[in-house]
Ligand binder design. Structure first.
Ligand code: 5GP
Length: 200
């Protein structure tokens, strides 16, 4: 596999890539909550820190939750081939996975997790099909609608747009190796860590 040199002499590059897990799923399913739970409770998981052009929210720490960069820096990272994948998410800001740290973690033999959107997952699938692709699903369509529109702050048009996107995203489930239902954050996170081959 290009870009990821063999790990130790004992592992082939395919084995190395099997330690990479990609977590994706529809908007509002709770990917961020699950990855935050994994970050806090399962230090044995190496979690990729994405670069993004969106501004930090209160409480978000540069280098921990995201690497917050301006447009020019993001452009330069893409031009230099430093992004494993990247995408415009929700039609607004750009998000991408810096390649170097992922390769480094895999070379060190760590189980690595990327929490990214569907477009990004498809890009990784194209270049690293040996990785494990996990789909985080809502307990039901009705529950996803509740999570999507629950705040009641969106206009009718915005609600419709989100629901259309969610329907399309749910239809992608069959592209993934395994589905985990996010009915409970602790349970879903433990299931994810087990999928990564780690004891919980
Ligand atoms: P938020 O702005 O709420 O933190 O994240 C918005 C969306 O961006 C989420 O769906 C999240 O999965 C996605 N995202 C975060 N980091 C990356 C990344 O590096 N690449 C891609 N393609 N999507 C990402």
């Amino acid at each position: 596999m290009s870009g990821v040199p063999d790990a130790a002499s004992t592992a082939s590059s395919q084995d190395v890539l099997r330690r990479l897990t990609v977590l994706a799923g529809p908007t509002a399913v709770g990917k961020g909550t699950v990855s935050a739970f994994v970050r806090e409770r399962y230090p044995q998981v190496w979690l990729s820190v994405s670069a993004t052009t969106r501004p930090p929210r209160p409480g978000e720490v540069d280098g921990v939750h995201y690497r917050f960069v301006d447009d020019a820096t993001f452009d330069a990272m893409v031009a230099a081939g430093e992004m494993l994948e990247w995408a415009v998410v929700h039609g607004r800001h750009r998000y991408g996975t810096p390649r170097g740290p992922v390769e480094q973690a895999l070379r060190e033999g760590r189980a690595a997790l990327l929490e990214i959107d569907l477009q990004g997952a498809r890009q990784v699938r194209a270049t690293m099909p040996e990785a494990r692709f996990v789909f985080l699903a809502p307990p039901s369509w009705d529950e996803l609608v509740r999570r999507l529109v629950g705040r009641g702050t969106e206009t009718e048009a915005e609600r419709e747009r989100r629901l259309t996107t969610a329907r399309e995203e749910l239809a992608a489930e069959s592209e993934f190796d395994v589905t985990i239902v996010n009915d409970d954050v602790a349970r879903a996170s433990a299931a994810l860590v087990r999928e990564m081959g780690l004891a919980v």
